[in-house]
Ligand binder design. Structure first.
Ligand code: ATP
Ligand code: MG
Length: 246
């Protein structure tokens, strides 16, 4: 479980949000929504202490991640897989090496063990046979799947997706949604998904966190979202649906 307690973050005079608190239970898929610039990417970067807050805590297994020293910090970060906004593959490395990267960096596995794990990961994301291809030779959807294979290669407990379907056509988005669902189920991963795509939210999420007005404006289950009469939330959701339809 991840407990976010009273987080506040600003950059100079730019207050991103203050007093954000909510908990993410084991095995859940929490969607983080809100308009551009409301601080979704900044929030998820706090979960594994890639960014530090002005104040507040993120508690994982009873410990505040912002208090961790080098070795425990590194161990904690290994429990997270991250699919960064825009995939962020290494352009100079082929598919195989992109996925192998965390194994080379964090483990002592030999070449054969690395190869076995990479091939298994490629199959999991339906990309068998592409290991020699460079990122430039792959489509947007394929790049997203390579990034997903890389993010899961260390068998993380938590997986952060920052806009996993943005810029993809509806069919490819649907494939990515299905992969997110199957990762959560088959690998029992706790997922945190930043997205603008309300269709994805309804399909994949168990809980929804809505950031607005420099804070967490609404937090609840997907069922509660469907029934909600919260004005700001509904206006955000219908604007997104309008965008999807048009
Ligand atoms: N490294 C940084 N240094 C200074 N300001 C930053 C930094 N990262 C983000 N910000 C600012 O923090 C605010 C929130 O940014 P963030 O990237 O989290 O938004 P977002 O909700 O993810 O937006 P989008 O939907 O467009 O991705 C913005 O005002 C942004 O300019
Ligand atoms: Mg963002």
């Amino acid at each position: 479980m991840i407990e976010i307690r009273n987080l506040k973050k600003s950059f100079g005079s730019n207050l991103v949000w203050e007093d954000v608190s909510f908990s993410i239970e084991q095995g859940e898929t929490v969607a983080i929504i809100g308009r551009s610039g409301c601080g979704k990417s900044v929030l998820v970067k706090h979960l594994n202490a890639l960014m530090y807050p002005d104040s507040g805590e993120v508690i994982i297994d009873g410990r505040n991640v912002f208090d961790l020293e080098y070795i425990s910090l590194r161990k904690m970060r290994q429990r997270f897989g991250v699919l960064f906004q825009g995939s962020a593959l290494f352009d100079s490395l082929n598919t195989f090496e992109n996925i192998a990267f965390p194994l080379r960096y964090f483990t002592e596995l030999n070449e054969e063990e690395i190869s076995d794990k990479v091939m298994e990961a490629l199959e999991l994301v339906n990309l068998a046979g592409t290991s020699e291809k460079s990122p430039a030779e792959l489509s947007g959807g394929m790049r997203r799947r390579v990034a997903l294979a890389r993010a899961t290669i260390l068998q993380p407990d938590f997986l952060i997706y920052d806009e996993p379907t943005s810029g993809l056509d509806p069919k490819t988005s649907e494939e990515i949604n299905q992969l997110i669902i199957s990762m959560a189920k088959n690998l029992n991963i706790t997922s945190i998904v930043v997205t603008h795509d309300i269709h994805s939210v309804l399909k994949i999420a168990t809980k929804v966190a809505f950031l607005e007005d420099q804070g967490l404006h609404w937090y609840g289950t997907v069922e509660e979202l469907r029934d909600s009469d919260n004005e700001e939330l509904m206006s955000f959701v219908s604007a997104s649906e309008y965008q999807i339809r048009n």
